[in-house]
Design a protein around this ligand. Structure first.
Ligand code: ATP
Ligand code: MG
Ligand code: MG
Length: 364
């Protein structure tokens, strides 16, 4: 039994703990703000946001992990001198910066959008000339749920784009014409075991993931192999321990990488009831030096629907078969992820009819 310290106390940490308890692990959290869900799990030790309680968490823990790629690298470096932190510093350093991330894609010959780093209106103008429009401008760090982005449809929008998110380092990316968005969750442990979940299909609305279908429909064995090869290269290059997620665009020319996350991912939440071992359990297994579990789906089809902004008619969900409710105990706020609903089905038709019944939770 190991004591796992989690930097962050949101829903990801909470679901890691829920998966880790049956394996006999203990959990402690270092909360970054007061209204995070793990704070409300009474039997967990909630830490407040100061260096004293960070030290308490480090003293408590046999191993430390983190919930977010925005975790401070310097903090992780310091902790690593006394306590192992997984995924390691390199995984965090690369994935928290879109430019470094794309640099690694290039280095490993993983196709991605063309891009330029810009830090002034002049360099943005130059970058738009080189990359052309449409293009998408993003902050290099800290963005999530599509925040800190501006889609440039025309060159005339350069000033407006810079006014809207400029004044800091940005990345301009060529707009990828994709058929669908896919993602793959993979896991590596320190014994260099690798496991891969099937590619899943993600549907976003206003920059936020709304639902995932798992496995993605009509994915050839070849495409799955391609995605696994990309993941294997990334896991090995990063010397990654834990879950790593890669978001991909499916295009006429094959898979194009968008971004990656050194952690359990929203598009992997379906694995809780949908796979033999959930992404959360496999992350805990990996960072605790345990053998990894099977990533096989339990049934032909699964899906995950996010509950965004308001909780909605969740009691109805509880009356439905093959449907599983996961609420994070967070206050309602526009655009906020409050929970998700997992679904399992034998075929597309039954999945579709469950989706119809759950239309209250889908974007209008
Ligand atoms: P997340 O919540 O997944 O971390 P994020 O804020 O980091 O999101 P991205 O994943 O980079 O942002 O972009 C959000 C969405 O915007 C993507 O899922 C995709 O739909 C669209 N998008 C981003 N980059 C591109 C691109 N280069 N070409 C086309 N569409 C893009
Ligand atoms: Mg992101
Ligand atoms: Mg994304």
């Amino acid at each position: 039994s190991k004591r796992v310290g989690v930097l962050g106390a949101g829903q990801l940490g909470r679901m890691l703990a829920i998966a880790g308890y049956p394996l006999g692990q203990k959990f402690g959290f270092y909360g970054m703000s007061d209204d995070e869900p793990s704070a409300l799990l009474g039997h967990m030790h909630k830490q407040s946001d100061d260096t004293d309680s960070l030290q308490k968490l480090v003293d408590f823990a046999d191993v430390i992990t983190y919930e977010s790629e925005n975790t401070d690298v310097e903090t992780v470096r310091k902790i690593s001198q006394t306590t192992p932190v997984y995924p390691g510093e390199k995984s965090l350093f690369v994935t928290q910066h879109r430019g470094r991330e794309k640099g690694m894609f290039d280095q490993l010959e993983i196709p991605c959008a063309s891009y330029r780093i810009v830090d002034s209106l002049e360099s943005l103008q130059l970058a738009v000339d080189e990359i052309g429009v449409p293009a998408i401008l993003k902050t290099t760090t800290e963005g999530y749920d599509g925040k800190g982005q501006f889609v440039l449809k025309e060159k005339e929008q350069i000033d407006e784009a810079w006014k809207s998110i400029g004044g800091r380092e940005l990345i301009l990316e060529g707009f990828v014409e994709f058929h669908r968005e896919l993602s793959i969750v993979a896991v590596r442990n320190a014994n260099n075991e690798h496991v891969y979940y099937p590619l899943v299909q993600n549907v976003h609305h206003e920059g936020i993931l709304r639902y995932t279908i798992a496995p993605a429909r009509e994915v050839s064995e070849e495409i799955q192999q391609q995605a696994e090869l990309y993941m294997q290269k990334l896991l090995d290059e990063l010397d990654h321990v834990g879950v790593l997620t890669l978001e991909l665009f499916e295009t006429t020319d094959g898979l194009v990488a968008n971004e990656m996350a050194p952690r359990v991912h929203n598009s992997g939440h379906w694995t809780i009831e949908g796979a033999l071992t959930s992404q959360f359990e496999n992350h805990i297994r990996a960072i605790c030096g345990l053998p990894l579990g099977s990533t096989e789906p339990r049934q032909p089809l699964a899906a995950m629907i996010n509950i965004i902004g308001e909780t909605g008619p969740v009691e109805k969900v509880l009356t439905m078969d093959n449907v599983f409710l996961h609420l994070y105990d967070k206050a309602e706020r526009k655009g906020r992820k409050l929970g998700h609903i997992n679904l399992i089905a034998d075929d597309e038709e039954s999945l579709f009819s469950l989706f119809k019944e759950l239309s209250d939770f889908l974007p209008k």
